[in-house]
Design a protein around this ligand. Sequence first.
Ligand code: NDP
Length: 375
Amino acid sequence: RLNKHTGGVRSFSTCPRLQAVMQAWVIDHYGDNSVFRFTKNAAFPSILYPNEVIVQVHAAALNPLDVNMRGGYGAATMAMKRDPLNINKSGSEFPLILGRDVSGVIMECGLDVAYFKPGDQVWAAIPPWKQGSLSEFVVLSANEVSHKPKSLSHTDAVSIPYVAATAWSALVNTASLNKDNCSKKRILILGGSGGVGTFAIQLLKSWGGHVTVTCSQNAEGLVRSLGADDVVDYSSGSVERKLSAKDKFDVVLDNVGGETEKWASALLRPWSGAKYVTLVTPFLRNTDRLGLADGMMQNFVTIATKAVKHLRTGVHYRWGFFSPSGSALDDVSEMVDAGKIRPVVEKTFSFSQVPQAMEKVEQGHARGKIVVTVV
Ligand code: NDP
């Protein structure tokens, strides 16, 4: 993945850059699904830094974050990431393109990009402060991009990057799990049937962990087919009571949040380094509500208070976050090609059906991922 100076922008010869505009689904303000607008005149992305690449999007996938961002969630933090010096006027993020997963072909490389060349088939999870993949082309840093698994079509591959990068960040970076230390670990995944859950089950099983999953009764077949050892139906009876009757866990990955946080850490083996990691955090809501400075202060106070409270009971409390990582996706790509991880696509929509695809995500009850074919 080392970049070295190569001396020029390189373009995909069969896909010359002739256009200054492209097709995209954009939003011009925050709101419900009616804010989506299809345009043939979206600004074509430009390479501004030497480590960037332009990817021609073949397929995109949706996440709950897209629905939330459509409504303005995280706007304060994203504005700070896009414009740290606060030079632009408010609303300068519009027209905004959503879509966090991309699978496609490298079309153009910046001067310093050595790991990729035009024509390479790649996948990536796009950070939420960047323009997304519901468009024909997207610009990314080369370190966010990875060669896609050879064994998958773009439509299948695109279901993986964002949930993989999130699960990897939460399980590897935050919960300190990896392929060498998982075999004797008991891991509980709260919410196993959605995007993050279906990926996390497979990752942990391929590393030899013992995986218990909570989900609705009608998702049991799916999560078992992905390797879950023990499945608990949360929709009938007390899930807390059912889980309390089981052996203690080394890690809890919480994809559900809310009430679960009140009881889930008690399921961990105390004084053994066990960790509760939740993906459902108030981080962005605090900065949206209180502004950046006060919101960050509130976040610090909340996480510190909870971490200390949990430490007294002998367990660790952590917030997990999506983190873009081309190198993590390289590892995942190998695991996919080795047959250890498979895509879980619930439904595929055409590019003209983006609002319907978003509506499907908004309805909840995901069973894997919603994918949009672009090419
Ligand atoms: P999905 O919508 O794909 O999946 C959520 C799943 O949880 C669905 O299958 C749903 O099915 C199931 N579910 C709902 N309620 C419960 C419950 N009480 N117990 C068990 N299962 C339940 O979401 P993702 O997997 O993509 O993401 C999971 C969460 O993580 C979301 O809240 C998301 O916003 C958050 N997230 C946070 C990130 C971060 O950076 N912090 C990054 C990525 C995701 P059903 O309702 O039928 O049971």
